[in-house]
Design a protein around this ligand. Structure first.
Ligand code: BLG
Length: 464
């Protein structure tokens, strides 16, 4: 008997023998989805690193709803791990075992701007509320209903979190309850959604394994999570996926959403055609345009730089732009200039650094960028890596350093923010534009939120 037990491989050994880590998740912006580079999402990135650590291949499966997800986990021969932004509620502890936490989230009641703002649980009575079926939020509302029987809410398994937020945004429901990280990711799609109040304390998200798991996998998971917490990997992923609101602020995030609906549709066709012409992802060009002018063709900076892509007079002339305030000319000229900046970089510079360095050159000029690259080299850093060059750029504003450079003083801090912001906007634009719309005939502003039909004209959204 004992011998049989020893011979039988434990879960971890089985995963390693198979060479495959099977993971079940949900297809949503906060967990797992497709973007310009293929598969991505916070959970996906984290679990991919875990598979790499184990030296096995990752196989992702998606479950349509949370009940199915927990069923899958129990199935013999099914996925061994669920990574889907799960909170270990009492009910779920009967269905699975949970890892150490990796993300703290706060459940938030969401309402539509312009409606009266609910401030406590009592204000939820009489409102049309919807949450995901089988979600921890449904459990929270069920608990609340025991104390406040007049509370009514609906659970749906036909929607995702983005749909719930859209329904609030468009007034189809009054309220929903989502986690703060989901809102942080999605605020940029929905100009009208606002946080009413936090419902309860913050809670931990954890990975789950089957109830009968023999601890081998769970221990390995916990070691991994502790490691990525310590070495900063976890924080980097959090910044990348949930940092938008931190960077934009809530006001910036819903302002972006407004501009996305009201302004970008006027210029999307120009970005697409310039992207085609210059062989650059149009969403990167659109991100430059947002950083430069918030997609406003008539702006002029303090320094006399003008237009949607903020061209200097010299650049405009060199790119054949006769009227910088003409949106199409500005976009074409700016795109051509960016492609030119990228082309003339050293052949040794690989993507994606090539793109980030070309963006810096767009903003500060290629001479100053070269100076910063030389400073990097002198410091023993890599002049072909954006991470290293960006450390040097701010030195161009300090006499101690710029006095030794060829092109002298430059406001070197500006391109660092410039590139960081554009990368954010580019990420966001990648999320809101679906790959299947690429190259489509409809080139006049087809923005698409996952799971949401935004192509229908609405009152708030006349341009679509
Ligand atoms: C850029 C030019 C570069 C030029 C640098 O300035 O403009 N880029 C474009 O015109 C697209 O060509 O390089 S140089 O020709 O080698 O000197 C340096 O002069 C524009 C930048 C300047 C910046 N925006 C595009 O990113 C700007 O307007 N900064 C001032 C902002 S404010 O007035 O203080 O608010």
């Amino acid at each position: 008997m004992l011998g049989a037990c020893v011979d039988k491989p434990n879960t971890l050994e089985r995963v390693k023998e198979d060479g495959i880590l099977r993971v079940v998740t949900r297809n949503s912006p906060a967990t797992y989805f497709q973007d310009r580079n293929g598969e991505t999402g916070f959970e996906y990135e984290l679990v991919k690193r875990f598979a790499e650590d184990l030296g096995v291949e990752l196989k992702i499966e998606t479950a349509d709803n949370l009940d199915v997800l927990f069923d899958q986990l129990q199935k013999p021969g099914g996925p061994v791990l669920a990574a889907a932004g799960l909170v270990a509620t009492d009910t779920r502890k009967l269905q699975a075992r949970f890892s150490h936490p990796y993300l703290q989230v706060t459940p938030q009641i969401i309402y539509r701007n312009g409606q009266s703002r609910p401030t406590d649980a009592g204000d939820l009575i009489g409102k049309k509320i919807m949450v995901l079926k089988g979600s921890s939020h449904a459990e929270q509302l069920a608990a609340l209903k025991l104390k406040t029987p007049a509370l009514e809410y609906e659970e749906s398994d036909a929607v995702e979190v983005v749909d719930l937020l859209r329904m609030v945004d468009e007034g189809q429901i009054d309220l929903t309850l989502v986690d703060s990280n989901e809102l942080a990711m999605n605020q940029v799609y929905f100009p009208n959604v606002r946080v009413a109040f936090d419902l309860g304390d913050s809670r931990d998200q954890r990975w789950a394994v089957a109830l009968g798991e023999d601890n081998s996998l769970l221990n390995e998971i916990n070691n991994f999570l502790d490691k990525v917490e310590k070495n900063g990997t976890l924080q980097r992923l959090k910044d990348r996926y949930y940092g938008h609101v931190d960077v934009l602020g809530y006001v910036g995030a819903y302002t972006f959403a407004q501009h996305l609906q009201q302004r970008l549709p006027h210029y999307e066709k120009h970005f697409r055609s310039a992207g085609k012409e210059e062989q650059v992802d149009w969403r990167l060009l659109a991100a430059i345009g947002y950083q430069e002018s918030l997609w406003q063709p008539g702006v002029t900076s303090k320094t006399g730089v003008r237009g949607l892509m903020m061209l200097t007079q010299n650049t405009a002339q060199a790119m054949g732009v006769s009227n910088r305030l003409d949106a199409k000319q500005s976009i074409d000229g700016g795109s051509k200039y960016f492609a030119y900046m990228k082309d003339q970089l050293d052949d040794k510079i690989q993507e994606p650094d090539r793109t980030w360095l070309a963006l810096a050159a767009y903003n500060v000029g290629s001479g100053h960028l070269d100076d910063a690259r030389k400073l990097a080299e002198n410091e023993g850093l890599n002049p072909n890596k954006w991470l290293d060059v960006k450390k040097m750029l701010p030195r161009l504003a300090q006499k101690k350093w710029f006095s030794k450079t060829r092109y002298g003083y430059a406001r070197g801090g500006e391109p660092v923010h410039f590139v960081a912001n554009i990368r954010r906007y580019y990420d966001i634009l990648t999320w809101v534009t679906q790959p299947q719309l690429e190259g489509s005939q409809v080139a006049d502003g087809n923005l698409h939120v996952p799971g949401v039909d935004k192509t229908k004209p609405t009152e708030d959204n006349p341009a679509l």
